[in-house]
Ligand binder design. Structure first.
Ligand code: NAD
Length: 331
């Protein structure tokens, strides 16, 4: 927020003064997973919005180069008992909890590891947030909790029946958020993200399909489409996700919200869009369908629009252009 001191004699603007910076102490926010894809965009936005930012991340998938040097960084695991002293020492106003084992496929192979990070780690964060009177916790959940959807677009009251251990661990973590709200008055916002894409998404290993296609095409390698490519996803740009998290931090609304574009795109159409944007000559090549791949995914974010006044601002073509530009610059 910017205010101006107006000279009484000349009635002209003489000096911009950021009142919030000078009078109100900066709010302090902890971003767990702040070296990761979504977390690092959020850290940048908090810093731009004048928050004091602390990051913890064990760099399991997060990267040093994603870290903003204006944030204080602790290389720490969210399951560690050291979290207790850390919370007491730092005293946060807000906690934005993104650190997670975020791969649905890895969770099928290592469900115990997934549960340790996503459930035990989340309890450790919530317990310490409640004990140190944090004003609000914001938790990153996922469309994966709905499993194969009964109707489209799925609203927040759609039945929860995850079809992989990652969805199960996110659903369990949501229940713990709700428990700490009921029994410890810990305010919260839970966001259930659709498929997030954008700059810094890890294209290696289990990265999102956008990052995989873009990286392959730019490297001159043929991308493989799983199955017939008619499976659909609801893609949402990372900048829109970061903005929703900032709005939630500054709002006193407690609740659970889907974040999506409410737009279904097939993987084949996505491939063709990326092909056009990056001016590639690759034709689509189809491979085996992967076990556990959902057929359709489309969620309704009307509630976030109504209650948080949030709406996505970046359409798929614009977001894909930004993503292709980012990966081109990384080459
Ligand atoms: N990317 C998506 O499409 C999507 C969709 C739905 C939900 N989410 C959720 O959003 C959040 C961020 O996801 P992302 O896509 O940025 O993934 P990411 O892997 O880039 O980020 C996760 C971060 O958490 C860190 N981390 C993992 N285990 C940790 C631990 N035990 N202690 C400390 N740090 C740890 C990683 O090093 C990484 O920096 C996750 O909670 C994920 O489940 C992501």
């Amino acid at each position: 927020m910017r205010y101006y001191i107006v000279s009484e004699q000349k009635n002209e603007k003489i000096k911009p003064v950021d009142i919030r910076r000078e009078i109100v102490p900066k709010a302090k926010v902890l971003v767990t997973g702040g070296a990761g894809f979504i977390g690092s965009h959020l850290v940048d936005l908090y810093l731009e919005s004048d928050y004091e930012v602390v990051v913890i991340d064990n760099l399991a998938t997060g990267k040093n180069e994603n870290l903003n040097s204006d944030a204080k960084f602790y290389e720490m695991d969210i399951t560690s008992p050291e979290l207790e002293d850390f919370f007491k020492k730092e005293k946060f106003d807000f906690v934005n909890h993104l650190a997670a084992q975020a791969s649905a496929r890895d969770a099928i192979i290592e469900p115990i590891f997934d549960a340790k990070t996503n459930i035990i780690g989340t309890i450790n964060v919530l317990k310490n947030a409640a004990r140190t009177q944090v004003k609000k916790v914001i938790f990153s959940s996922s469309v994966a909790i709905y499993g194969e959807q009964e109707y489209h677009p799925a609203a927040e009251d759609h039945p929860i029946h995850p079809v992989n251990p990652y969805g199960v661990s996110k659903a369990a973590a949501e229940s713990y958020v709700s428990y700490y709200h009921q029994h410890n008055n810990l305010n919260y916002t839970i966001f259930r993200y659709a498929n997030v894409y954008g700059p810094r998404q890890d294209p290696f290993g289990e990265g999102g399909v956008v990052a995989i296609f873009v990286q392959k095409i730019l490297a001159g390698e043929q991308p493989l489409i799983n199955g017939d490519g008619r499976q659909t996803r609801d893609f949402i740009y990372v900048g829109d996700i970061a903005r929703a998290n900032l709005i939630a931090t500054e709002s006193n609304v407690t609740g659970t919200f889907n974040l999506s574009n409410i737009k279904e795109t097939s993987i084949l159409d996505l491939f063709n869009l990326i092909k056009d944007i990056s001016q590639s000559s690759f034709d689509p090549l189809f491979g085996e369908i992967k076990a556990g791949d959902q057929r359709r995914s489309l969620i309704d974010s009307k509630l976030a629009r109504e209650r948080l006044n949030w709406r996505p601002q970046t359409d798929l073509v614009e977001g894909l252009k930004k993503t292709v530009e980012f990966f081109q610059a990384c080459k």
